[in-house]
Design a binder for this molecule. Structure first.
Ligand SMILES: *[C@@H]1O[C@H](CO)[C@@H](O)[C@H](O)[C@H]1NC(C)=O
Ligand SMILES: *[C@@H]1O[C@H](CO)[C@@H](O)[C@H](O)[C@H]1NC(C)=O
Length: 614
């Protein structure tokens, strides 16, 4: 694969008009780390350990309530599940719902209708398309799984397809005929413009009704064998694909016209310290910490993320479409219209993603520190853009020597806002003392390093340079890789997105360590997990990182809330063992595919399961 160079020289950087004044102020300050920190410290509260309620204490209490409300909705019987379905979805359950329910009960699944919200989010716009159009797009897609006569098969030997096939084969005896189009890439494929999705949603809403039970059709239709479908009636619009590597331009069309992402100036020069606009986080943060995790992972109100995330700057590959196509994949951004399946590495449960060997180390035996090891992914990092990559930013801000040297020109962005640093010195101490304190503390509290700098060769694609990397090796020293089981000897596990979602997250949740999750990616399981109850959420700017770390592991003048960290780690583990099992993936996929088979059927508006109503 070739990676053409972007003509960055001719591109220009224009400061977002709305932020002009603030930008200028911060950028001029950013040549000097210590003055920036002192500026920030003066303007932020300084909660001390052990005294008044910490903002994180409050967020944890709210999470407890949210979780209790969710779990109180669980149902035991088929009629109760069907009633919960009708209430939440406004339609009858799909044909086969009774079989689905039997299957879920047999697998000991917790049944809370909200757990399947993602399916309805993903499929709802398809109710506005003609079923024949969706079926045609599916059977003509580059990679497919076909289901006929309760047997799933594929002609692709791509390893992801093989894993998904294996997963689907475990439920094939319960599935009607269908063709599934699968995304073979790391990156998601579809961004239908916001305005079009609005139109589809309005049209789909008109189909949402509970038809008279006597009229309901409860059988799926059989499909002709693959390749033997009759030709379509009439003209069908051709599907087009875009390959512009500046993915921000594609992604933001999925945001509302009034959103910051659509309104803000587009940044095209990434050859500088990126600007972090913490004003954008006010919507989802409370007193400096993430209060609405779903919103924090949605970028439409956070225009500065266009220069803070590799996916927006230069992904490894882009093949995107504006058309609403029925493409299934493992993860996506909030605006993508792909349909989520559990990611292949979750189903496969390889050691490198689970760290099974270390998953039960007792909390007390772990070092009270944070650890992170990973490759410098995020996209194609080059001399002219690496400062805008999330992993580079995160590793740099955990580097004591970079923090300790206030004269050094900043080569990464520190968050523009900092919440409780280790409170051994008061905010009035000299700035040098504060940076030294932060550096000393981070060097004992966190062990964070790349294992490979993954630089772009000037001649082409990414790769390992035995001698390092000519543009990032001055700032990062790669460490040898550390098996996940070894990482579990540390209490805190930050999880930072790579080229797309981080495949180690499920392993982190299942461990007895505490996952701290910053992400832009959506996954099948999102509705099952409650932030601050099962894991710790982090803003994608990482401005809350020092505060989170200080809260849990302590530092400077205060001890951490060690017991709180242990409780979240253990509750996350226990909950993952109840609702993120392979069985739960089967139950999810079975529900998803019954819905999908209905929405691609001409009779969909009268199809359903009404066994409880007659
Ligand atoms: C998070 O924000 C979304 C969008 O504004 C809102 O619908 C949702 O209720 C919020 N969630 C919580 C837990 O506040
Ligand atoms: C920390 O930063 C210094 C430069 O200030 C660099 O030489 C060193 O390799 C970095 N350490 C790590 C672990 O990346």
């Amino acid at each position: 694969m070739a990676f053409p160079r972007r003509p960055s020289a001719i591109l220009r950087y224009t400061i977002p008009a709305l932020l002009l004044a603030l930008t200028f102020y911060i950028l001029t300050k950013q040549t000097d780390l210590s003055s920036q920190i002192s500026l920030l410290l003066r303007s932020t509260p300084w909660p001390t350990h052990g005294s008044a309620e910490h903002p994180i204490d409050r967020l944890i209490k709210t999470a407890e309530k949210e979780f209790a409300i969710k779990i109180a909705k669980s149902t035991e019987t088929l009629p109760a599940a069907a009633a919960a379905y009708r209430q939440r979805r406004g339609r009858h359950p799909p044909p086969g719902f009774d079989k689905w329910h039997d299957f879920a009960r047999e697998k000991n699944a917790i049944i809370v209708e909200d757990f399947w919200d993602q399916i309805y989010h993903d499929l709802e716009p398809f109710w506005a398309l003609k079923p024949a159009r969706i079926r045609k797009d599916a059977r003509e897609f580059e990679m497919r799984i076909e289901i006929r006569d309760r047997k799933a098969s594929t002609r692709s030997d791509w390893f992801w397809t093989q894993i998904w096939l294996e997963m689907i084969q475990t439920i094939e005896h319960l599935l009607p005929d269908m063709d599934l189009a699968l995304n073979a890439m790391d990156e998601p494929r579809l961004v239908v413009p916001w305005e079009e999705i609005e139109g589809y949603m309005k049209k789909a809403a008109k189909t949402r009704k509970l038809v008279d039970a006597k009229r309901v059709v409860s059988e799926f239709r059989k499909l002709p064998p693959p390749g033997e479908e009759p030709p379509e009636q009439g003209e069908m619009e051709e599907r087009r694909w875009e390959h512009d590597k500046h993915y921000w331009l594609i992604a933001r069309r999925g945001c509302a016209p009034s959103s910051a992402a659509r309104q803000s100036e587009v940044i095209t020069n990434f050859n500088q310290t990126p600007f972090i606009a913490s004003s954008f986080d006010l919507v989802h943060m409370q007193a400096g910490y993430v209060a609405n995790y779903t919103l924090s992972s949605s970028f439409c109100h956070q225009a500065d993320l266009q220069a803070l995330e590799g996916i927006f700057v230069e992904p490894l590959s882009v093949s995107a479409s504006k058309h609403l196509l029925p493409v299934f994949g493992g993860s996506k951004l909030a605006v993508n219209n792909d349909i989520l399946l559990p990611a292949p590495m979750y189903w496969n449960a390889e050691e490198r993603f689970t760290g099974a060997g270390g998953a039960s180390i007792p909390w007390a035996a772990k070092s009270p520190t944070a650890i992170w090891r990973g490759v410098a992914t995020g996209g194609l990092n080059r001399a002219s853009n690496w400062r805008s990559f999330q992993r580079h930013r995160f590793v740099a801000m955990n580097n004591a020597s970079q923090l300790a040297d206030p004269r050094r020109p900043l080569n990464f962005a520190l968050p523009a806002k900092q919440y409780p640093l280790p409170p051994s010195s008061s905010p009035s101490t000299t700035t040098t003392a504060i940076t030294t304190t932060l550096a000393e503390w981070i060097s004992t509290a966190a062990d964070i390093a790349f294992t490979d700098l993954m630089c772009a060769h000037e001649t082409g694609g990414p790769g390992f340079w035995p001698g390092g990397c000519d543009y990032t090796s001055a700032y990062f020293a790669p460490s040898p890789p550390l098996p996940m089981a070894e990482q579990f000897r540390h209490r805190v596990l930050p999880d930072i997105d790579g080229n797309s979602f981080s495949g180690r997250y499920l392993g982190f949740l299942r461990s007895t360590s505490l996952p701290v999750k910053a992400t832009l990616w959506r996954e099948w399981h999102d509705a099952r997990l409650v932030a601050w109850k099962h894991f710790v959420p982090m803003d994608n700017r990482f401005g809350d990182w020092y505060g989170i770390l200080a809260y849990f592991v302590g530092g400077g003048g205060g001890g951490g809330r060690d017991g709180v960290g242990e409780r979240i780690a253990m509750e996350g583990k226990e909950w993952a063992g109840r609702v993120l099992r392979r069985e739960d993936m089967q139950v999810y996929v079975l529900r998803l595919l019954l819905e999908y088979a209905r929405v691609v059927d001409e009779r969909r508006e009268v199809m359903g399961w009404v066994g409880d109503l007659s």
